[in-house]
Design a protein around this ligand. Sequence first.
Ligand SMILES: Cc1cc2nc3c(=O)[nH]c(=O)nc-3n(C[C@H](O)[C@H](O)[C@H](O)COP(=O)(O)OP(=O)(O)OC[C@H]3O[C@@H](n4cnc5c(N)ncnc54)[C@H](O)[C@@H]3O)c2cc1C
Length: 396
Amino acid sequence: MAVDLTPGPVAAELAERTARFVRETVLPVEERHRGVSTEAIRRELQRAAREAGILAPHVAPEFGGHGLDMRDRAFVFEAAGYSLLGPLALNIAAPDEGNMHMLEAIATPEQKERRLRPLAAGDVRSCFAMTEPAPGAGSDPSALTTRAERVPGGWRIDGRKWFVTGADGAAFAIVMARTSGTPGDAGGATMFLVEATNPGMKIVRHIDTLDESLFGGHLELFFDGCLVPENAVLGEVDEGFRHARVRLGPARTTHCMRWLGIARRAQDIAVARATSRELFGSRLADLGMAQQMIADNEIDIAAAHGLILQACADLDRGGSGAQSTSIAKTFCAEAVWRVVDRSLQICGSLGVSGDALLGRFLREVRPFRIYDGPSETHRWAIARRVVRRHETATAR
Ligand SMILES: Cc1cc2nc3c(=O)[nH]c(=O)nc-3n(C[C@H](O)[C@H](O)[C@H](O)COP(=O)(O)OP(=O)(O)OC[C@H]3O[C@@H](n4cnc5c(N)ncnc54)[C@H](O)[C@@H]3O)c2cc1C
């Protein structure tokens, strides 16, 4: 099936407006704060994005957005991703963007009004609590140990989660808990909407990590007899893993889009340096090994963009996109790392210094090879599908 490599007219204009907004409004703030935001900065940038008409462009118009499909998101999100603070400014950063996508798809009308509307407006933030410390859920979600038991009037959640991005200051968490079966079972999970004010959801600690720019940090949470009402169930009971797939494929693809923006930025920084730096009687940009790094960056960026659009086409057609989103995620996470690393190399000591943001970019993109599925998990899943396809074809 052919893949359309161009944005629709609305997205083309929005992407251009976003690029201008990032250049004029976001980059100066990012440089002043070295890519790390505060609540006041988030609110100020989102106010400016709202005025520019580019806030939360992915949600439906009834929730204040432009209802962009996945292909159109690719162009706008890549433009926003040119700055570490761009996605936050447009309210399309993880985990809120993925949570909005899922709420729009599976929440009840009451949950949408109560949760999606303020989230899309940037009035509140959210988080997604799936991963658990060993031996719980990680690359293998079926290891889920957090339990939710029925009690009169609702549910009681007990368990421990970690690496919950943005949990500090979030108004609510979407929590995956086991409602039937035992760890190792492929089903039996349910998602719950838990208010931050719930006394049963306790912050254990902020985890010290390599990256710093994802807003709110990464937290460990303890669910200690956490009581939630019946209407806290998101989607259907025991269907949590199926519902989460609504979020996971698109969310890993939008992560690729945002980080590809940073790869383009790193390449621009490297090319600017290579064309202005004189070495051995010539411009760095005219030396063969520097040209190779610039060319390899361009190839990685172009290939990543193409694979993202392939995944978007599958998702927009209503498919699961399981294979193409895995392929795009694995390639992009590694390509973005390579591009930032080569760009830093081209800049020499400047690249390592705090005078350029490349060192920060390197730290920010490294964890992407682990979250939204480590590269090894995706390769394992990709290979299994290929082998299954072969076996099905040869059995006929
Ligand atoms: C910065 C950051 C933010 C995150 N934010 C969130 C969040 O908001 N919410 C949330 O729920 N989770 C979040 N996570 C957790 C993330 O989803 C998990 O780290 C990821 O699913 C991997 O699980 P794990 O860390 O338990 O690694 P493990 O499951 O212990 O895997 C360890 C390693 O095993 C290897 N491996 C995995 N599968 C295979 C295989 N099939 N074959 C061979 N080797 C394999 C890989 O190298 C992998 O890195 C975040 C993680 C990071 C780093």
